[in-house]
Design a protein around this ligand. Sequence first.
Ligand code: SAM
Length: 289
Amino acid sequence: MTLPPGLYVVATPIGNMKDMTTRAVETLASVDCIAAEDTRHTRRLLQHFGISKPLVSLHDHNEREKSAMLVNRISEGQSIALVSDAGTPLISDPGYFLVKSLRESGCLVSPIPGPCALIAALSASGLPNDRFAFEGFLPAKSVGRKAVLMQLLNEARTLIFYESPHRILDTLNDFYQVFGGDRTMVIGRELTKTFETVLTGSIEFVLQCVAEDANQQKGEFVILVQGAEAKSQEGGEEVGLNKDVLLRALLKEVPVKTASRIAAEVTGLSKNELYERALILQGKRNDRI
Ligand code: SAM
């Protein structure tokens, strides 16, 4: 098959080789070269499908310099495929800068769709999927993670995150502290692989299951959380219910002034009112309400 010059963004399996699409195989077999996140990993994939092609490494640390070279090659008439280690390139993976540069240069960029962990997890989650927000990986440190979660406290759409095995338990603990234990959470673990599990229940239940079973802490994870209830007409009322949860979580990490400022930004409530409330929670003022 002869392909027109351009970049072909090719999705590859997230664990199960049988999920490789016919078009993905045909495209990889037809391009002039393949830009890959990890060339050794991609070579194994190509071997599995009996394909032999020149590879160029393109990862987070060299994407800018490699993009210029790839844009040139495509402008000169080459067809190039972009793959990542698993799933759809650019989704929490390299490729954004390259695709943007090619679009700006007026070159062809064509998707060859296929597996994607967040879509696989959402499709099997049982959570509302008409509107959702993909947040990728949360920050590695708990303080940063909680700050992001606090900003998402009132998001009504289903929330989707990626997480790695060495942080899963800490991250679930942070969810519990910021969101409370009641919302529905789903964890898609090792999707499409031998030990695939989809765990569903309240945040409290899911946290307990993962904490008590070391096997549930292994592998690759997609975390999905039910969105916040719709806001009341009065506005801010639903936030008010969570105001103390939010302040308590912040007060564990930052001084009271910073906590009330962040809480005000997140909730839209008055900074002074939140400052007073924070002092009450700390036992430094009497609760006269
Ligand atoms: N581009 C990929 C995609 O389309 O899903 C995601 C790449 S990102 C670097 C890797 C993360 O995706 C993992 O840490 C995990 O959170 C999630 N992931 C990838 N494969 C998975 C699987 N089989 N089951 C569950 N989560 C997976």
